[in-house]
Ligand binder design. Structure first.
Ligand code: OOG
Ligand code: MG
Length: 253
């Protein structure tokens, strides 16, 4: 099957909130082709009026790699349609089997179009914030190969960003808690993200330039989760607290 048809299958699954079987079970495609499927599925969103607002990294922590059984970093695209306002609510029936995870988000100041070394990366960023990512694999049972999840835009479904802080705010060893209905369900350290969340921005610069994706000024970069993700249910208040960066929350209905 051609890559555009595969892109339509994952996009339809997201639109209709209906799970599909893993694309790789009946189709052979490389990692590079998986990124083409992703680009084609996002192009369908652009055709519906959504706009690219950033990129996300996936599997930047051991906790996430172990939870999902994959062993490589991936990147996906974020659109304005995925933005969830602070304190707003999300309808469970619009999703298949959503999970939430605690993240850190970066706001891009200067266009990134090549790999940037860690020593220069702060020059490209305006600010940092605590964030929640909502992932919702389009695959049955949240099971996939690395190529499958790349094709599915890295399970991206939604993200909530907290208050922006100065770029010089220390990001070392910040406690990051995922709290559901006042109960801490996951707790980790910002160091779980590649040893230093800034490394995630470096990785984004490397991976996006490899795939010719420019990260424009004003874009968001989600660094990847510090802990495993947790399934969401109706009537929950989902909150992430990052030490010194504050808290961010939304509810699910
Ligand atoms: C893939 C997305 C991974 C992260 O933060 O590591 C990700 C998935 O787990 O379904 O967003
Ligand atoms: Mg994530």
């Amino acid at each position: 099957m051609n890559l555009k048809n595969l892109a339509k299958i994952v996009d339809d699954a997201a639109l209709n909130a209906k799970p599909i079987s893993q694309l790789s079970l009946n189709n052979q495609f490389s990692e590079k082709e998986a990124y083409e499927i992703q680009a084609n599925s996002i192009a369908r969103r652009y055709n519906r009026g959504e706009k690219l607002v950033g990129v996300k990294l996936g599997f930047t922590s051991k906790a996430k790699m172990e939870q999902m059984g994959v062993h490589d970093m991936i990147w996906g695209r974020l659109t304005d349609g995925m933005l969830i306002g602070q304190n707003s609510s999300l309808l469970l029936e619009k999703m298949i089997h959503p999970r939430a995870e605690p993240e850190i988000c970066f706001l891009v100041k200067k266009e990134i179009s090549k790999e940037i070394p860690l020593s220069e990366i702060k020059e490209y960023i305006y600010g940092v914030a605590g964030a929640i990512e909502v992932i919702d694999s389009r695959y049955e049972n949240f099971k996939f190969s690395l190529e499958d999840v790349i094709a599915d835009n890295c399970s991206s479904a939604g993200f909530v960003i907290g208050k922006w802080h100065n770029v010089d705010t220390p990001l070392e060893d910040l406690k990051m808690d995922l709290i559901i209905n006042d109960e801490v369900v996951q707790s980790g350290s910002s160091n779980a993200i590649l040893g230093n969340p800034w490394e995630s921005v470096v990785a984004a610069s490397r991976l996006c330039s490899k795939y010719d994706q420019v990260i424009r000024s004003g874009s968001y970069i989600m660094a990847g989760a510090a802990t495993s993700a947790v399934y969401l249910e109706k009537n929950q208040i989902v909150k992430v607290e990052v030490a010194t960066l504050g808290s961010v929350q939304f509810s699910i209905q």
